[in-house]
Each structure stands twice: as C-alpha cells, then as structure tokens.
Ligand binder design. Structure first.
Ligand code: HSE
Length: 308
C-alpha cells in the first residue's frame, strides 16, 4: 500500500487572554506522520522523538485520533503510522494536538476524504484530552484549519476561523523546562475577580477583531492576560525578567504560549526587530542557566496538509 506524508504545524493556544478559545497556527515547526492503509486496526510502527512515547495506539495521541476517525468513517480496515515529532513534548506549542491532527488528517485522506477538516477537530481533540486532561480545541482547531481560530462552543463544536495579520512576526522561545498542560491547569484559580474577567474578555474580543481586520496594532494593544499568566508565570523560571527584557528589546507584547513553558513575543515585520528580540529572549533565559530553542515565525494559514 502507498504511503502518504502529513505535516501538522505548531500552534499557540490562548493567544494571551483568550484562555481555551483563541489559538493560531505558526510556520516553521511541526510534526510529520507517514501513513498507509493496512487490513485492520492502528499500528504505530515507528516513533522518532527525543523522549519516549507509547506505541500502543490507544495510549498515543496519533493512535487515538486515527482510531476515532476510522470509527467515524465506519471503516473496518486500518492504518499504519510512522510518527516523527518535530515538536518537543510539554512545550506549550500544541505538540500532542499536532500528532493527533496529522493522524486524523492522514486517515481521512487515505479513506477518501469523506470528512471535512472541521469534522476532524473532535477526534483529534479527544486524543489530546487523553494526555492533557481537558477537552479544549485551541490547539487542534488552528492546527487543522490553519490561521487563527475562535471557539464559541465545544459541544456542539462551533469554531470560526478569524483571519490573518500579515505584518505579524512571532518570536518563539522554548526553554528547556517541561510544563505539563494537565499540571498547568490544576493550579488555575477556581474564581476570579470580576474586574480581571472583564479585562481579559475585552482583550480577547479585541484580538478577534484584530485578526478579522488584519490590524497588528490592535493585536499588540490587546495581548494582555491578567488572569492566567500571573499564575502560570511561576512555572517558568525567570519569566518576569525575560518578559521585561523582551519588551525593552522592542517587542510589542509577550505572552505564554498555551500552558507554557514556551513564550512568544510579537513585533511588526517591518520593524526589523525580530532577531534582536529573539537574542534578548535567549540571553535572558541563559542568565537563569536555562537553554532554549528559538524561532522567528509567521502565521501558518494552511494548517495540516499533505507534503512530499
Ligand atoms: N488552552 C489550554 C491551556 C491549552 O492553556 O491550558 C493550551 O495549549
């Protein structure tokens, strides 16, 4: 049987104040899955990853997503998967979502593309739920659809693609610290002051408008999370200083990507400040004896796709 190869991009969940509802796909990093039809079941025959991952299909996000899509399609035949993790685990870049999205997309493609991309969000999210402990689509939706997305409802699923900011440069820095989404959710407050709720809601709404209007300045003014970031910052050694340094280096905003520890800073493409901000972020973490990987990215408007 013929192999296909699928790429699924990294994603930034929350985009600052939009906890669990806003997300965007970014260019550059992602997971690759090769897949082919087999007679039955889901077989994970190869995993390339810096860390150990389960190869039992029902314990692996790619495997679970593949099983879910086969079920949705009513297929008795199966699929073999080879997983190549480009995204570090527990990084806040939607690593488990990317594997799940790639596998869901691959199975649907192999079996005649009977499902729309949107239909692949629930199976991919169910797979992600297995590792994160929560059913939220702010990684799986932008990963599958590309661009930025806003989720109004999970059951029934209602997700909108909200546009593109052409000028946006996103500087990503992933410190060598693992933060598990499950744990980063457990520390969140159960109640929040009304004033903070209003600030986050206003900023999240304006971020949607910024994407819809291709308005970089509005995004920059609105990238401020007063509810979740102050609590999660303590999971990232030196967060406050690193953020201050990046702002001094010219970033127009800095926030935690998803549940962290990856941070992202934004700048306007025409400012030519991306490399200076990237250096500042990396140097700042080094001051805290933490190594990191970094990347200057743009939005990925295509989402999960076939590659050669
Ligand atoms: N929105 C979720 C969170 C996952 O912040 O816990 C983001 O990757």
């Amino acid at each position: 049987m013929e192999w296909i190869k699928v790429f699924a991009p990294a994603t930034i969940g929350n985009i600052g104040p939009g906890f669990d509802v806003l997300g965007m796909a970014i260019s550059g990093w992602g997971d690759v899955i090769q897949a082919r039809k087999i007679d039955s079941g889901v077989l994970i025959s190869e995993i390339r990853c810096e860390h150990e991952l389960p190869s039992d299909a029902d314990k692996n996000t790619a495997g679970i997503a593949a099983l879910e899509v086969l079920k949705l399609l009513g297929e008795n035949d199966g699929v073999e998967l080879k997983i190549s993790k480009g995204l570090p685990l527990g990084s806040g870049l939607g690593s488990s979502a990317a594997s799940a999205a790639a596998a869901a997309f691959a199975v649907n493609h192999l079996y005649g593309e009977k499902l729309a991309r949107e239909d692949l969000i629930p199976p991919a999210t169910k797979a992600e739920e297995y590792v994160s402990g929560g059913f939220f689509v702010d990684n799986t939706a932008p990963c599958l659809l590309g661009g930025a997305t806003l989720t109004r409802s999970k059951h029934p699923l209602e997700v909108s693609r909200i546009g593109h900011i052409e000028d946006l440069h996103i500087i990503i820095v992933t410190p060598d610290v693992v933060v598990l989404t499950r744990e980063a959710r457990e520390i969140l407050p159960k109640t929040i002051p009304l004033e903070d709720f209003v600030k986050n809601m206003a900023n999240a709404c304006q971020i949607s408008v910024a994407f819809a209007r291709n308005d970089y300045d509005l995004l920059a003014r609105s990238l401020n999370d007063v509810v979740i970031e102050p609590v999660r910052a303590r999971l990232i050694p030196g967060y406050k200083g690193v953020k201050e340094d990046a702002l001094k280096a010219g970033a127009d905003g800095v926030a935690i990507s998803g549940s962290g520890p990856t941070l992202f800073a934004i700048t306007n493409r025409s400012s030519n400040r991306s490399t200076i901000i990237e250096d500042s972020l990396v140097r700042s973490f080094k001051k805290n004896d933490i190594q990191c990987k970094s990347l200057i990215a743009e939005m990925d408007m295509e989402g999960t796709r076939l590659i050669d």
